[in-house]
Design a protein. Structure first.
Length: 111
């Protein structure tokens, strides 16, 4: 679990990122990125009911959180990010999700 200072909690913050953030689409995740003028990155994770039942959605969230935790030191600080799990995330292994995340971070020039 990410500590409190690294989480996006309010619904209006999600809406702001959807509206004003840069959208980068990967094979398994979609990321909305916007600068936050803080000394750390903040993350929000979204999984739709289209992905599957609660067990599958929570597994996808856990995998995404672990990818973030594992690569936190590699990403430049000062950004808010909302990560949306795509439908096909339930069929892949952790390593492919991590590669997709790192590819998106490189594309956003944060890695």
């Amino acid at each position: 679990m990410l500590d409190k200072k690294r989480r996006i909690n309010r619904g209006k913050e999600y809406g702001y990122l959807y509206k004003n953030g840069r959208r980068i689409t990967g094979k398994y995740i979609i990321v909305f990125i916007k600068e936050n003028n803080l000394m750390n990155n903040r993350f929000g994770i979204v999984t739709s009911k289209k992905i599957g039942n609660a067990v599958i959605r929570n597994r996808a969230k856990r995998q995404i959180r672990e990818v973030i935790r594992k690569n936190l030191q590699l990403i430049r600080p000062g950004y808010n990010m909302v990560i949306i799990a795509r439908f096909n995330i339930k069929e892949v292994i952790f390593d492919l999700i991590e590669k997709d995340y790192l590819r998106i971070m490189k594309k956003a020039s944060l890695y």
